[in-house]
Write a protein that binds this ligand. Structure first.
Ligand SMILES: Nc1ncnc2c1ncn2[C@@H]1O[C@H](COP(=O)(O)OP(=O)(O)OP(=O)(O)O)[C@@H](O)[C@H]1O
Ligand SMILES: [Mg+2]
Length: 400
């Protein structure tokens, strides 16, 4: 029995409680299950039985009726509350907004993908609630918020990000991604690696969160054509422009993230002079001038190893190469970061830069047929995320 069967059982026992949107989303989510089943995946099935279905009342109690005082964040699909569950454990309760059809689909995807997956660098999914039109995900609470809010300063933070802490975060995220890409069967492409989806626990161990956009990848394929979903600034060119999704798209996003962690700045900062605005462009200019060290976060003062910091920045450039096949696999990235593999022989060319896409009005979405369009207001909170209209998922041969 899979997690999905669990959801269906619940549905069958109380049909009046289910909306047609939810039923449609179940059908859509079935596509993922089919890919998975046809691939003979049995490794995770036994664990998937353990996804807990919470009642709405239970989650109301846990969050003091979703008290704004307990609200810890807001994303494109809804609000996140801190709560204490009946067993005493702390949880992050993510309530998906009911208007967002996109959210329903992501909701189911996330449950299917995350159930039973355990890794030090992945957020733990405790369970979900699908009562009436409520769609709620319940995660293990991660103490130190996201990299976006702490390192990049969306909110107040007193965390000191020493060089050692930064290397631990980079290596942890790389390990989490290598696990999803290379150990889980079928592989999982996350599709939305970015600073707000990297949470930090009390020891600053990074946890990759938000698998709502993730896709299961049969072993026999390296990329599929799909609608584009992700966040501007992190999108690989081949994915943003042609909808070609592969693990290499995540590796590109990881490269951008790596540059952000070492430099302590966002991938795009429109307040800076033009030549400094886009982190990736800046990194390439400095690399060509052999002055990469100027990109390292000045907040580190002298607390860093120059060679190591420049090596990290070069790995960031390597991960963002224009040609997907030039980007190293995540297990290789882990070795490069830890120093178990030499970077010397790796050729670094100009990265794939999408700055022209980044200059587009932030409240727009990209569609494969008609270019940039106004985004649906139901997801307007999600300022820089992009979606395309659905394209039928045609499948390509292994080519990279
Ligand atoms: N498991 C968790 N533990 C602690 N805080 C969390 C947890 N999950 C999410 N949060 C907090 O809630 C915030 C919102 O998360 P959410 O994933 O909904 O949106 P986002 O990542 O900011 O944006 P997007 O919707 O574009 O992914 C996070 O930035 C984080 O601060
Ligand atoms: Mg998120």
């Amino acid at each position: 029995m899979t997690c999905f069967t669990v959801c269906f059982k619940k549905k069958a026992s109380s049909p009046a409680k289910q909306t047609s949107a939810f039923r449609k989303a179940c059908t859509a989510a079935c596509a993922y299950i089919c890919i998975k089943a046809s691939n003979g995946n049995s490794e995770r099935n036994k664990d998937e039985e353990h996804v807990k279905l919470f009642s709405y009342k239970e989650l109301q109690l846990a969050t003091e009726n979703f008290n704004p005082r307990n609200k810890i964040g807001e994303g494109g699909f809804g609000s996140v509350y801190k709560g204490r569950l009946k067993d005493g454990s702390l949880a992050a309760v993510k309530v998906l907004s009911t208007e967002s059809k996109q959210g329903v689909r992501e909701f189911l995807t996330e449950i299917i993908l995350m159930s039973g997956m355990e890794h030090e660098n992945l957020v733990k999914l405790y369970g979900c609630c699908a009562e009436r039109d409520h769609r709620i995900l319940v995660y293990g609470y991660v103490e130190n918020n996201s990299l976006a809010q702490t390192l990049l300063g969306d909110g107040y933070s007193n965390i000191q990000f020493s060089w050692k802490a930064r290397t631990k975060i980079c290596i942890g995220v790389a390990r989490g991604l290598a696990f999803l890409h290379e150990e889980v069967r079928p592989h999982i492409v996350h599709r939305d690696i970015k600073t707000s989806n990297i949470l930090l626990d009390k020891d600053l161990t990074p946890k990759i969160s938000d698998f709502g956009l993730a896709k299961l990848f049969p072993d026999t394929l390296t990329h599929i054509s799909t609608r584009v979903a992700g966040t501007l600034g992190y999108l690989a060119p081949e994915y943003a422009m042609q909808g070609q999704l592969s693990r290499k798209a995540d590796i590109y996003s990881f490269g951008v993230l790596l540059l952000e962690i070492v430099s302590g700045r966002c991938n795009t900062n429109k307040r800076l002079p033009a030549e400094d605005r886009y982190l990736l462009e800046r990194a390439w200019q400095l690399y060509e001038k052999r002055e990469l060290v100027h990109l390292v976060d000045t907040a580190l003062e002298d607390d860093f190893n120059v060679d190591e910091a420049c090596r990290y920045l070069k790995i960031g450039l390597l991960c963002t190469q224009d040609m997907p096949k030039s980007r190293p696999a995540m297990s290789t990235v882990v070795k490069l970061l830890t120093g178990d593999m030499d970077l010397h022989e790796k050729k670094i060319s100009k990265p794939g830069i999408l700055s022209e896409l980044m200059t587009v009005n932030s409240n727009t979405s990209y569609t494969s047929s008609s270019g940039w369009e106004k985004q649906d207001n139901s997801t307007s909170q999600n300022r820089s995320r992009t979606y395309t209209t659905m394209t039928s998922p045609s499948i390509y041969d292994r080519s990279n």
